[in-house]
Design a binder for this molecule. Structure first.
Ligand code: COA
Length: 261
């Protein structure tokens, strides 16, 4: 199903796949694509039938090769600020949509593409993928929160090295740094991403949402308050049918059937 000019949206059971579809420019994100992404994420967030999302890029060469440099080249100071805020907002929506979003990194994930992957819940990279924040080579800084998410994911020293050199790194190195969760042969990428998406889609959706929230919000507030937040979520899940089902299924030695209630 084609929901937009620059994205493909596929839905198979509880798993939705969004494909950024501008292969002629290696799936670079222009303003229209970002806006389509925003609308697609909001629609999937509010669709109770969707329990996991895979985000990838069209073609074999690139996940997303960054923000569209044609747009960047023409931007004004005020326009640049708005552009960054818009991009940050879309990536925040992805990070906090409350459902696992798996970046299936099928090639270049550079600049805004690496930032997009980092906003996803988990990252699986093809062994051929290349990641990096090459903005410095254009005389600019990352604008979709790359300086912040990269430092949180891989640590300050490694983040500064990647951000200041602008170097591309291969998938094995990205895995060693903790920038991606898994590396798989390119030919297996979508199958492995789907397998993981299916596994996560079978978990209790409310608990999944709370775990994502606890980690995302908890990292941004002092530890004692983060613990209170976690304890509150721990208490809240006790009100769910899924908690009763999960604990009962364990005691009855059967597989739990979670329904998101
Ligand atoms: N924005 C706009 N267009 C882009 C783009 C981007 N971020 N990245 C690639 N393209 C375009 C190229 O201009 C080229 O267009 P053309 O066919 O009209 O010349 C096309 O995509 C193919 O890219 P090309 O550079 O020819 O492929 P390559 O295999 O030689 O190199 C990359 C691949 C990814 C190394 C290279 O395209 C690149 O460095 N892209 C920019 C990455 C970047 O700096 N991103 C951060 C932006 S903030």
């Amino acid at each position: 199903m084609n929901v937009a000019q620059n994205l493909l949206l596929d839905r198979d059971g509880a798993v939705a796949t969004i494909t950024v579809n501008r292969p002629k420019v290696l799936n670079a994100l222009n303003t229209d694509t970002l806006d389509e992404l925003r609308r697609a994420i909001l629609a999937l967030k509010h669709d109770d039938g969707v329990r996991a999302v895979i985000l990838t890029g069209a073609g074999e060469k690139s996940f997303v090769a960054g923000a569209d440099i044609n747009e960047l080249a023409a931007q004004t100071p005020a326009g640049g600020r708005e552009h960054a805020i818009r991009g940050q907002h879309v990536l925040d929506l992805i990070e906090n949509m409350g459902k696992p979003v798996i970046a299936a990194i099928n090639g270049y994930a550079l600049g805004g593409g690496c930032e997009l992957a980092m906003a996803c819940t988990l990252r699986i990279a093809a062994d051929t993928a290349k990641l990096g924040q090459p903005e410095i080579n254009l005389g600019i800084v990352p604008g979709y929160a790359g300086t912040q998410r990269l430092a949180r994911l891989v640590g300050k020293g490694r983040a500064l090295e990647l951000l200041l050199t602008g170097d591309q790194i291969g998938a094995p190195e990205a895995h060693r740094l903790g920038l991606v969760n898994r590396v798989v042969p390119a030919a297996e990428l979508m199958k492995e991403s789907r397998k993981l998406a299916d596994a996560l889609a079978a978990k209790a959706p409310i608990a999944v949402r709370y775990i994502i929230d606890a980690v995302n919000k908890g990292l941004e507030i002092p530890f004692p308050q983060a613990q209170v937040f976690e304890a509150t979520l721990f208490g809240l899940v006790a009100s769910t049918d899924d908690m009763r089902e999960g604990t009962r299924a364990f005691l009855e030695k059967r597989k739990a059937e979670f329904r998101g209630r």
